[in-house]
Design a protein around this ligand. Structure first.
Ligand code: ATP
Length: 226
C-alpha cells in the first residue's frame, strides 16, 4: 500500500475484514505472514495508527473536547490549538462543550475521528465507521472523510459492506472471499473526485466488484506494506 493511499476492504460477513484491520492496527498478533509499517513489522498498537470502530466509543461523562483531548491537558496551549483544529476539520465547531448524549450518531462518529486525528496518525484504520448511520448522514460522513484525507494526506484503510462507499472513496478496493482470509481481487478505481454514483463508469466498477464478490476462482496474495 502506498503512503497516502485510500484502500477499502469489502467482503461478505465473517470473511476476516475486521481481523485484517486489527492485525494492521497491532491489536491482533496471532497470525502468520507479515504486515509492515515503514518496512517494520507491526507488533503492537501505536500512535501512527488511528483506529475508528463502528460504534464511537466516546466517554459519556466527558465533553466533546475532553473526549478528543483524552489523556492530554486542554490547559496546554498546543493541545488546545490541536483540539480546535481537529474539531474544525470534522465540522463540529460550537459543540466543544457538548456531551455525547446531546450528539447525533454522525456527530459522535466525527468526535471519534477527531480523537484519532489528534494523534496525527500516518494511517487511519476504519472498521465500518458509518455502518450504523442513516443513508443521508452516511453520505455527509463520506464527504467529510474525503475532505480530511485530501487535507492530511494520510493513508486510509476502510472496512465496509457498502460497494458504493468503497467506489466513492477508495483508490483501490480489496475484495475478500467468504473463506476466511482470502483476498479475491484488488481493483484500482481510476475515477477523479468528486465521484458520481449515477455515472456509467461508477456503475462499471459496481458491476466489477459484484462479479468479484461472486467469483470463486480468482484468488490473489495480498501484500500489506504500509
Ligand atoms: N485468516 C483467518 N483464518 C482463520 N480464521 C479467521 C481468519 N480471518 C478471520 N477469521 C475468523 O473469522 C471470524 C470472523 O472474522 P471477522 O470478524 O474479521 O470477519 P468480518 O469480515 O469483519 O465480518 P463482519 O463483516 O460480519 O464484521 C472471526 O472469528 C475470526 O477470528
Amino acid at each position: 500500500m502506498k503512503q497516502g493511499e485510500f484502500v477499502a476492504i469489502i467482503g461478505p460477513s465473517g470473511c476476516g475484514k475486521s481481523t485484517l484491520l486489527k492485525i494492521i492496527a497491532g491489536l491482533d498478533t496471532e497470525y502468520q505472514g507479515s504486515v509492515l509499517l515503514n518496512e517494520q513489522p507491526i507488533t503492537r498498537p501505536s500512535i501512527e495508527k488511528g483506529f475508528i470502530f463502528q460504534e464511537h466509543r466516546l466517554f459519556p461523562w466527558l465533553t466533546v473536547e475532553k473526549n478528543i483531548a483524552a489523556d492530554l491537558s486542554l490547559r496546554k496551549p498546543e493541545v488546545r490549538k490541536n483540539v480546535d483544529e481537529v474539531i474544525e476539520l470534522v465540522k463540529l465547531t460550537g459543540f466543544e462543550k457538548a456531551y455525547p448524549k446531546q450528539l447525533s450518531g454522525g456527530m459522535s462518529q466525527r468526535v471519534a475521528i477527531a480523537r484519532a486525528l489528534m494523534r496525527r496518525p500516518q494511517v487511519l484504520l476504519l472498521d465500518e465507521p458509518f455502518g450504523a448511520l442513516d443513508a443521508f448522514t452516511r453520505k455527509h460522513m463520506q464527504e467529510t472523510l474525503l475532505d480530511i484525507w485530501s487535507k492530511n494526506k494520510m493513508s486510509m484503510v476502510l472496512v465496509t459492506h457498502d460497494i458504493d462507499e468503497a467506489i466513492f472513496l477508495a483508490d483501490r478496493v480489496v475484495v475478500m472471499g467468504a473463506k476466511p482470509g482470502i483476498v479475491k481481487q484488488l481493483i484500482p478505481i481510476h475515477l477523479s473526485h468528486p465521484r458520481t454514483p449515477t455515472d456509467t463508469s461508477f456503475h462499471d466498477y459496481r458491476r466489477r466488484i459484484l462479479n468479484a464478490l461472486n467469483d470463486h476462482e480468482e484468488v490473489v496474495e495480498l501484500s500489506y506494506s504500509i
